[in-house]
Write a new protein. Structure first.
Length: 185
């Protein structure tokens, strides 16, 4: 989570709760940011939402309460099956299929929002494009064209007269290589 994402969530807290009078907002924000920066911003957002939704008063909440809410959501997934139900423990979920260089690819390039693991910085390459709705429908049904090789680059069958010439050239080349490596004996 970066500082701007945290600041958005911290502002939500300050709008709902009264700040303590014994410290400055900046000091409090820095302490909270250091405590929650390794969590994903979605995990903090869910904790803030839960806290504002269920709080009975407007006193500033303890940091431990927010950390407990974040951890309880993560622990709930670990208790049920030992793994997150969304990503099954890999912290990645599948992305929509995409087209790059004329070929359709499937991939896992989105971080799981339920695990709280931050995604590494990534910008997709310029040659990657999303599928149109008709291409996606064809891909989902398995009807999309899979022959990506251009006609001029496809392997052609050998003609009988050139095949025998090719075999003779290969035998001669391997014989020269054998002599060069192991000698004439």
């Amino acid at each position: 989570m970066n500082a701007a994402d945290f600041d958005t969530q911290f502002n939500r807290l300050t709008q709902h709760f009264h700040l303590p009078t014994d410290g400055t907002r900046e000091t409090l924000a820095m302490d909270w940011f250091k405590a929650v920066e390794h969590y994903h911003v979605d995990a903090l957002e869910r904790a803030v939402t839960e806290l504002t939704r269920t709080s009975q008063d407007r006193f500033w909440p303890a940091l431990g309460k927010v950390l407990t809410l974040i951890q309880s959501r993560i622990d709930r997934y670990e208790r049920t099956s030992g793994k997150c139900q969304t990503c099954h423990g890999s912290t990645w979920i599948e992305s929509a299929p995409f087209k790059a260089n004329g070929m359709i690819y499937e991939g896992v390039c989105i971080r799981c929002p339920d695990c709280g693991t931050p995604a590494p910085p990534y910008t997709p390459p310029a040659h990657r494009k999303g599928l149109t709705s008709s291409e996606y429908a064809q891909w989902a049904q398995g009807d999309h064209e899979r022959d990506y090789m251009p006609e001029f680059a496809k392997a052609k069958p050998w003609k009988p007269e050139s095949l025998s010439k090719h075999k003779a050239e290969m035998h001669a080349m391997f014989e020269r290589l054998r002599i060069k490596l192991f000698g004439a004996a």
